[in-house]
Design a protein around this ligand. Structure first.
Ligand SMILES: Cc1ncc(COP(=O)(O)O)c(C=O)c1O
Length: 419
């Protein structure tokens, strides 16, 4: 596989270069947001022509095994036949209509069935929407203002949540304070600072800030957080946008016995179709019905049909277990390849969403070299962000990726020496 992919990579990115030049004239900065490749090392294509299963083809025809899954949404593989069939059937009936289709109710019923803490669901389009709605519901219920959010657990690109403050006013942030993940004392300090005005505590299932090792939640911390929210009467909101349906087939903290009051979902729930959800317990239903949130495209039936097909399929094939198995194979393969090259690495986070960092790395020089070598071998990793695996990654894809990674580790070893 590697030989074939390497052969593919002989050509220069003529079409990609031409599109970048055109984009520079009509797209601010040439490209914006998390898919901009300008911060990545050389070799990453910006534009893609096609994708299928765990593979993607750039506009110049190079083929890649993709370990980003569009930054999470693709969980069954690009163009999954079952999801595409459900979407096509719904599209033939209607998508954006005078009102929602029956899929709205069916999807809410399915989520309430699969996610333990949920008694109801509301739908939107993006993770940022879902977190904003959850926070608004918490404020409506409590009559309070402040949100205490976990640092390093990304909560979205709305003015109240974006990590980049350019264009954001102090007023936008006045009701948000941050605490440290897995540090209950920092939560208590934030509660004290808020002087009793805490509407919600917002956290993701694990810490996953780009450029750092990932950190799994300490179950004891999660339990203390639950108890603290109960004591002060604040909503515990779990931001499941990135981890949802990859960590568990249901709520990510169900295994540790901690139920949030509200949860925000998006990315993987419809295998790439645009949809987000807010789920909540019965005690928050009245508050949820009292706020005004909506959007022109929030009732689209096709993404709801795709979500029903995605979640049902994930349950039927035990998707999480399958991804854990291939993720473990990748983790073990990478560890062996790094050892063989004499390169010190750390692998953190769940195997379904791995984070790879290099010992002694400064300015990501080692991870950049590793990733640019791998991408030229036809494998897309990311030098700072966590990666994502899908059900479509088979053993042979993992083995080909480990081979490309081995070339990356060798390049690091040659340039920086072993560690
Ligand atoms: C944990 C988390 N919360 C919120 C968001 C924002 O979601 P979206 O980009 O769909 O608005 C993301 C996106 O990466 C995320 O990972």
């Amino acid at each position: 596989v590697t030989t074939e992919l390497t052969a593919h990579y002989e050509g220069t990115p003529v079409i990609d270069d031409a599109l970048r030049a055109r984009a520079a004239k009509v797209i601010p900065g040439g490209m914006y947001g998390h898919m901009a490749t300008k911060g990545l090392p050389a070799g990453y294509p910006q534009f893609y022509a096609r994708s299928e299963g765990c593979r993607a083809w750039d506009v110049d025809g190079h083929s890649y095994i993709d370990f980003m899954c569009s930054f999470g949404p693709i969980i069954l593989g690009y163009g999954h036949p079952g999801v595409e069939r459900a979407a096509a059937e719904q599209r033939a009936q209607g998508d954006t209509q005078p009102g929602p289709s029956p899929r709205l109710v069916e999807l809410a019923e399915l989520l309430v069935d699969r996610v333990e803490h949920a008694d109801w669901a509301m739908f939107a389009k993006n993770g940022s929407d879902a977190n904003t709605i959850a926070v608004t519901i918490a404020r409506a219920v409590s009559g309070r203002h402040k949100v205490l959010a976990a640092a390093g657990a990304y909560h979205g690109s709305a003015p109240w949540s974006t990590p980049v403050l350019t264009g954001v006013t102090p007023a936008d942030r006045a009701s948000v304070a941050y605490f440290r993940f897995n540090d209950i004392e920092s939560v208590r300090a934030a509660v004290d600072d808020a002087g009793g005005d805490v509407a919600a505590v917002l956290i993701s299932p694990f810490k996953h800030d780009a450029g750092f090792d990932a950190e799994l939640v300490d179950p004891e911390f999660a339990r203390q957080l639950r108890a603290l929210c109960d004591r002060i009467g604040a909503a515990l909101i779990l931001d499941e946008v990135r981890a949802g349906f990859r960590i568990a087939h249901g709520g990510s903290w169900e295994a540790i016995g901690v139920a949030p009051d509200l949860s925000a979902w998006s990315k993987a729930m419809a295998n790439g179709y645009p949809i987000a959800a807010v789920l909540g317990g019965a005690g928050y239903a009245e508050g949820a019905s009292s706020i005004y949130v909506t959007g022109s495209f929030w009732y689209q039936a096709v993404p709801m049909a795709a979500a029903i097909a995605t979640i049902t399929t994930l349950g039927d094939v035990d998707g999480v277990a399958r991804i854990v198995r291939t993720g473990t194979r990748l983790r073990e393969g990478l560890a062996a390849a790094a050892r063989a090259a004499g390169v010190g690495i750390r692998q953190t986070g769940p195997v379904q969403m791995p984070t790879l960092t290099f010992e002694g790395d400064h300015n990501y020089a080692r991870s950049n070299l590793f990733c640019s070598t791998a991408v030229r071998q036809g494998v897309i990793f990311h030098p700072r962000h966590n990666w994502f695996l899908s059900v479509a990654h088979g053993d042979e894809d993992i083995d080909a990726a480990v081979e490309a990674a081995g070339a990356g580790f060798e390049a690091v070893s040659q340039q920086f020496g072993g560690s």
